[in-house]
Design a protein around this ligand. Structure first.
Ligand code: NDP
Ligand SMILES: O=C1OC[C@@H](O)[C@H](O)[C@H]1O
Length: 418
């Protein structure tokens, strides 16, 4: 407590840490564990509370890997009901529905969008098709959570956001990182002044894609399907920039990268963003990504009074260290934070677990979307539509500098072709 009776940053940090630890460390049990969503609400109040008993009906577009993980994570949310899945073919939708005990299965995305039971559509198809598929849902009056990246080009994102605003429907790009308790905490610490003014961001994301994706057949390397490191993984480090420097375009964007000649996709990239403002708000983001080798995948946010290190895997993190600076160089005090994911439910383990790391954490993003819909909000405060478009515009410029062609759902037909 300081002399004005306010809590010091250390007091706040300690009490929040205690709150988090007690909320998320209940012993493993075969009974459904309480959803630690209150963590996010208790921390930042960014997601409005939901009335007891309120539910939301989800429809799933696409029956692929990430849709499977998302539905698995929804099983932990008592207020979420998955009522239908729509896929490119009926057998595919039926197989997915049977695995997850979903009552409705449709052999087309149009039919899913028209399903009167569905209130919110999760678009889990490849990003070359996001615009076409998200628009189907919006036109049918459904809220939309569309996987990252929002689209292959910013102009497609602009169309989607515009339509959602006109129709007063929630629209969220699935930048799930923003909803992890660690990132909520980082945001809180930044806004409470725990590290002073943010002056730099260092973030990376890279892995050896040959662990799961075959070259050159995987969508990762398919130019027309929206392949390339920038759209698949570079979007994550870039999306941390508006969190640190605000919802504004950087004043300068400098990019370099390795482009794979046979496929035309970018295998790696380095992006430097300059935010003007000198000592009163200026800063630099240094961001890298690649599809060829595993990086530490850490995010460090540097301020005048300390720094925050989000530990790998920083795109879906559970650990973070706050370093508070004292007088002199290298004189810091460290505060560790850890918010483990809840253990997967037996129903999740019985249906194949997850395809991707930490996918249980989709529950945070889904719960926030749900709360916002039920509260009548058109977007989540954790990741706004404006931020989505800023990130998409930065990526357009990066791609231009790398000499990678605009791909995927370009053009008004949104068919995923040139
Ligand atoms: N947030 C996160 O952590 C993650 C996000 N993602 C994002 O999710 C999206 C989907 O990724 P993922 O599930 O791994 O991809 P998949 O390769 O599993 O494909 C997803 C779906 O896209 C459709 N699809 C696939 N290939 C084609 C094609 N050649 N032509 C037309 N449609 C096709 C299929 O839909 P259908 O089933 O209807 O046939 C398929 O099930 C991407 O945008 C990706 O960036 C991916 C992984 C993790
Ligand atoms: O968003 C993602 O896209 C690529 C995946 O391999 C990665 O794990 C995931 O989070």
């Amino acid at each position: 407590m300081d002399s004005n009776g306010n809590n010091s940053v250390e007091d706040v940090v300690r009490s929040l840490d205690a709150f988090f630890s007690s909320s998320s460390s209940s012993p493993p049990s075969s009974a459904p564990r309480p959803v630690p969503l209150d963590i996010a609400d208790g921390l930042t109040l960014l997601s409005p509370p939901t009335a007891a008993g309120a539910t939301l009906n989800w429809g799933i577009m696409g029956a692929g890997r990430v849709s499977h993980d998302f539905v698995q994570a929804l099983k932990a949310l008592p207020q979420a009901r998955v009522v239908a899945v729509g896929a490119s073919t009926l057998p595919k939708a039926e197989a997915f529905a049977s695995t997850h005990k979903i009552p409705g299965a449709h052999g087309s995305y149009e039919a899913l969008a028209r399903d009167p039971e569905v209130q919110i559509v999760y678009v889990g198809t490849l990003h070359a098709f996001h615009k076409e598929h998200a628009l189907l849902a919006l036109e049918a009056g459904k809220h939309v959570l569309v996987e990252k990246p929002v689209a292959c080009r910013a102009e497609d994102g602009v169309v989607m956001v515009g339509r959602a605003r006109e129709k007063k429907l929630l629209f969220l790009e699935g930048m799930w990182t923003r909803f992890f308790p660690v990132v909520e905490m980082a945001r809180y610490l930044i806004s409470s002044g725990a590290i002073g003014r943010v002056v730099a961001l260092h973030a990376d994301f890279g892995f050896n894609s040959s662990d799961s994706e075959g070259y050159p057949d995987s969508p990762f390397f398919n130019h027309v399907l929206g392949g390339g490191g920038l759209l698949f993984v570079g979007v994550y480090p870039i999306s941390m920039a508006p969190l640190c420097f605000g919802s504004r375009m950087p004043t300068k964007i400098a990019a370099a990268g390795v482009v794979d000649a046979p496929t035309g996709v970018d295998l790696s990239g380095g992006v430097i963003l300059e935010y003007e403002g000198g000592r009163e708000g200026g800063g630099l983001a240094v961001l890298t990504y690649n599809l060829m080798g595993e990086t530490p995948e850490e995010t460090t946010i540097v301020g005048t009074e300390g720094r925050i290190k989000i530990l790998g895997p920083a795109h879906c993190p559970t650990q973070m260290v706050l370093y508070r600076k004292h007088k002199g160089r290298r004189n810091v005090q460290a505060f560790d934070f850890e918010y483990p994911l809840p253990a997967p439910l037996p129903a999740v383990e019985a249906t194949g677990g997850f395809n991707y790391p930490n996918s249980q954490g989709f529950m945070y993003e889904a719960a926030a979307a749900q709360r916002c819909v039920l509260a009548g909000l058109g977007e989540t405060p954790q990741y706004t539509m404006e931020e989505t478009l800023i990130v998409a515009k930065i990526m357009d410029e990066v791609r231009r500098q790398l000499g990678v062609r605009a791909v995927g759902g370009g053009g008004e037909d949104g068919k995923g072709t040139k």
